[in-house]
Design a binder for this molecule. Structure first.
Ligand SMILES: NC(=O)c1ccc[n+]([C@@H]2O[C@H](COP(=O)([O-])OP(=O)(O)OC[C@H]3O[C@@H](n4cnc5c(N)ncnc54)[C@H](O)[C@@H]3O)[C@@H](O)[C@H]2O)c1
Ligand SMILES: [Zn+2]
Ligand SMILES: [Zn+2]
Length: 363
């Protein structure tokens, strides 16, 4: 028996989202239905709404979520009804060429539910990042469910499902920040502040936050930034060099996803330093760099898909650190909102008024 629930749908490029009835099928083999308890508003949802990811409208938005498994399909063994889970958007296949090399974080064939959720008239929905969790229930592949300690409240724990994990992972996994290293993070939204928190967890001695908003820079200090640079009025490359003995940082993280910012990150690092791109550029953006600089500066230029995380390893670990008071997930939650408030949350995000608005379901 399929379920009819309310969900947030983006019907066309740039059009305001609407709350509509969606139909969630019973889980098939390998699938699970999750009663969503909370789901954060990520910039990637806005990218979808703006047509910046692809044109497969209508989208069912939302992908940073925690909830409880309410039904499982045939053959599901990793979770059971009643389990408290954080949803992930890279359920590894275990069989592709990346997985076979033991590089599961790069899996080239990640799993999503095989069945489609639909609008009431049968129109198939494209769930954002294969999740679609601005809805009272959602259908996912069982591998997209990661069990975590239910002591962590859903509004905070759910954020691990995307932005926080991407940011923390960009620092500790992709950037491999070491104790005593210097780090610069460009863009202090949910992802950038998580990268700052990740750099702090890893023991970075200097963490420079760069943003064009003073409010965001103030917030960044709460997560561990030791210095801040407002790049609206100051050249961030020069400022970062001045803060690092004239050399630049060991690790520079672009958490915006704009060519200009990537270029700043590229030049703000020390010789043999690492540049990490975790912000997502839109199609059509281009980067032009002198080849001799790419060679001559050495080091590494890496992109960070989902913080190179393994949900089964990293979600429970970060929840444990949270419960021990060593990682402040609550600080990312600017406000809790209802399902009808997602469009307003996009405006607040755009205006830089929030880090994360989180939709909480009454349940
Ligand atoms: N790689 C991944 O797996 C992954 C996962 C989640 C989100 N993302 C991407 O990360 C990026 C950030 O997401 P978010 O949710 O933190 O967004 P956000 O809107 O909350 O934060 C973006 C921040 O960048 C700042 N900013 C904008 N232009 C800037 C500039 N020119 N220089 C410096 N700062 C600037 C803004 O003031 C804001 O604080 C987005 O592109 C999002 O799609 C990537
Ligand atoms: Zn794989
Ligand atoms: Zn996201």
């Amino acid at each position: 028996m399929a379920y009819e629930v309310r969900g947030v749908v983006a019907r066309g490029k740039g059009r305001p989202v609407s709350v509509e009835t969606i139909v969630v099928p019973d889980p098939g083999p390998g699938e699970a239905v999750v009663d969503v308890q909370a789901c954060g508003v990520c910039h990637t949802d806005l990218h979808y709404r703006e047509g910046g990811i692809n044109d497969e409208f209508p989208f069912l938005l939302g992908h940073e979520a925690a909830g409880v498994v309410s039904a499982v399909g045939e053959g599901v063994t990793n979770v059971a009804v009643g389990d408290y889970v954080v949803l992930n958007w890279r359920a590894v296949c275990g069989e592709c060429r990346a997985c076979r090399k033991g590089q599961l974080q790069y899996c080239f064939n990640t799993h999503n539910a095989a069945q489609k959720m639909t609008l009431a008239d049968g129109t198939e929905l494209s769930p954002a990042l294969g999740i679609g969790a601005f809805a009272e229930k959602t259908l996912v592949h069982s591998g997209q469910c990661t069990k975590v300690d239910p002591a962590a409240p859903p509004a905070s724990a759910g954020l691990l499902g995307c932005g926080v994990m991407a940011g923390v992972g960009a620092a500790i996994n992709t950037g491999a920040v070491q104790r005593g290293e210097t780090v610069a993070v460009f863009g202090c939204g949910g992802v950038g502040d998580a990268a700052i928190a990740g750099a702090k967890l890893a023991g970075a001695s200097t963490i420079i936050a760069v943003d064009i908003s003073d409010t965001k820079l103030q917030w960044a200090k709460k997560f561990g930034a030791t210095h801040t640079v407002n790049s609206a009025g100051t050249d961030p490359v020069e400022a970062i060099k001045a803060l690092t003995g004239g050399f630049g940082v060991d690790v520079a993280i672009d958490a915006v996803g704009h060519p200009k910012v990537f270029e700043q990150a590229f030049y703000a690092r020390d010789l043999a330093g690492r540049v990490v791109m975790v912000g997502v550029p839109t199609p059509g953006m281009e980067i032009t760099l002198p080849a001799i600089e790419v060679f001559g500066r050495g080091g590494a230029v890496k992109s960070s898909w989902y913080g190179d995380c393994l949900p089964s390893r990293d979600f429970p670990m970060l929840v444990d650190l949270y419960l021990q008071g060593r990682f402040d997930l609550d600080a990312f939650v600017s406000e809790t909102i209802g399902l009808d408030d997602v469009e307003a949350a996009f405006s607040k995000m755009h205006a830089g008024e929030v880090l994360r608005s989180v939709v909480v379901f009454d349940g």
